[in-house]
Design a protein around this ligand. Structure first.
Ligand SMILES: [Zn+2]
Length: 306
C-alpha cells in the first residue's frame, strides 16, 4: 500500500494505492491554506484514517508522497504562493516525524510528469517532458524514470519563460504581467485567463476555452485567428523545451489538453520554431488525466527507502 496526497489551493485529495498502483480508497478535505498546524493536522488525519480502515492488513506503515503547488528547496522548505501558511516549513520532514514513516514531497506538475513517464502516456521513453496546460502552464522533466527538477525544484516551469519579441510583434500583443509577477510569460498568453485575453485581443469574446474552440470549429474568423496565434505561441513555448532538453516525447495534461486541436496541432507548431528540417517530438495526451498528480505523488513515495 502507498498513499498519494495531492494538495491544491482549496482541496486536498488523498488516494490509497495498492502495490500495482490501482486506487483503492479516495478522500477529499478542504485545504487549511493559512494555518500550518491545521494543515499538518489535515494531512495526518487523512493518513491515520486510512491506516485505521486498512487495519493490520498492510503490515507496515504505508509511505506517503505529497504533491504540492510551488517549490521545495534542497533543505525541504516549501515556497508556495497559494498556501501562505505552509511557505517556509519543511513539510515532508515534519510529516515524516509526525507519522513515523517515510514522506516525500514534490511540485504537483512534476508529480504529473513522473506519473505519465511511469505507466502513463510517456511510458517506455527515456526522456519525457510532462506539461500541464490549464489554468496555468507548468511541467516536469523525467529522465530514466526520475524527475530532474534541479537545485531549487524549479526545472519544468516552461510557462514562465518569456514570449519571444518576434511573436509579440507578429500579433501586436500587449505586454502582459503574469500571475508570477514577471512581464510577458507564456502563461499570460496561452493558459487559462491568458487564452481568453488572447481571444479578446483578436476580437473574440468567448467566455472560456470550450466556447472558443466551438467558435473556431464553427468557422468564426476571429476565433480561428486566436487558434492560429495560440498554437504558434504554444509551439514557441514547447520549442524552448525541445531546444533545452530534447525530450523523446511530450505528454500534455490539464484542461486545454482536452481540446483535440491542441495535441494534434502542436508538433507542426513546435517544428515551426525549431531549426529548418527538424521534426518535433510526438505530443500526446496524458493517460491518467486529473488523477495523474496524485498517482505521481504515490510513485514518489514508492521510490523512498523504507
Ligand atoms: Zn510567469
Amino acid at each position: 500500500m502507498i498513499y498519494g496526497i495531492d494538495i491544491g489551493g482549496t482541496k486536498i485529495e488523498f488516494v490509497a494505492f495498492d502495490d500495482a498502483l490501482e486506487p483503492v480508497e479516495r478522500r477529499r478535505v478542504a485545504t487549511p491554506a493559512h494555518d500550518y498546524d491545521a494543515f499538518t493536522q489535515a494531512l495526518a488525519g487523512l493518513v491515520e484514517e486510512a491506516d485505521a480502515s486498512f487495519g493490520g492488513a498492510i503490515g507496515h506503515k504505508a509511505p506517503v508522497g505529497l504533491g504540492m503547488p510551488g517549490l521545495t528547496d534542497r533543505e525541504g522548505r516549501a515556497l508556495c504562493a497559494n498556501l501562505p501558511g505552509v511557505t517556509g516549513h519543511k513539510v515532508a520532514q515534519d510529516m515524516a516525524q509526525r507519522l513515523g514513516r517515510p514522506v516525500a514531497m514534490l511540485n504537483d506538475t512534476r508529480c504529473f510528469a513522473l506519473s505519465e513517464a511511469r505507466g502513463g502516456a510517456g511510458d517506455g521513453h527515456r526522456v519525457v517532458f510532462g506539461a500541464i496546460l490549464g489554468t496555468g502552464a507548468a511541467g516536469g522533466l523525467v529522465i530514466d524514470g526520475h524527475v530532474e527538477d534541479g537545485h531549487r525544484g524549479l526545472a519544468g516551469e516552461y510557462g514562465h519563460l518569456p514570449l519571444p519579441a518576434a511573436l509579440q510583434q507578429k500579433y501586436g500583443l500587449p505586454l502582459l504581467t503574469c500571475g508570477c509577477g514577471l512581464p510577458g510569460c507564456f502563461e499570460a498568453y496561452a493558459a487559462g485567463e491568458g487564452l481568453i485575453a488572447l481571444a479578446r485581443h483578436f476580437g473574440c469574446d468567448a467566455a472560456n476555452s470550450r466556447g472558443l474552440a466551438a467558435a473556431w470549429r464553427a468557422g468564426d474568423g476571429q476565433a480561428l485567428a486566436t487558434r492560429d496565434a495560440f498554437l504558434d505561441i504554444l509551439g514557441a513555448s514547447f520549442a524552448n523545451i525541445v531546444k533545452l532538453c530534447d525530450p523523446d516525447i511530450i505528454v500534455l495534461g490539464g484542461g486545454l489538453s482536452l481540446i483535440d486541436e491542441v495535441c494534434a496541432g502542436l508538433p507542426q507548431a513546435i517544428a515551426g520554431h525549431l531549426f529548418s528540417g527538424l521534426a518535433s517530438p510526438p505530443v500526446v495526451r496524458a493517460k491518467f488525466g486529473d488523477s495523474s498528480g496524485v498517482r505521481g505523488a504515490a510513485i514518489l513515495a514508492s521510490l523512498l527507502e523504507p
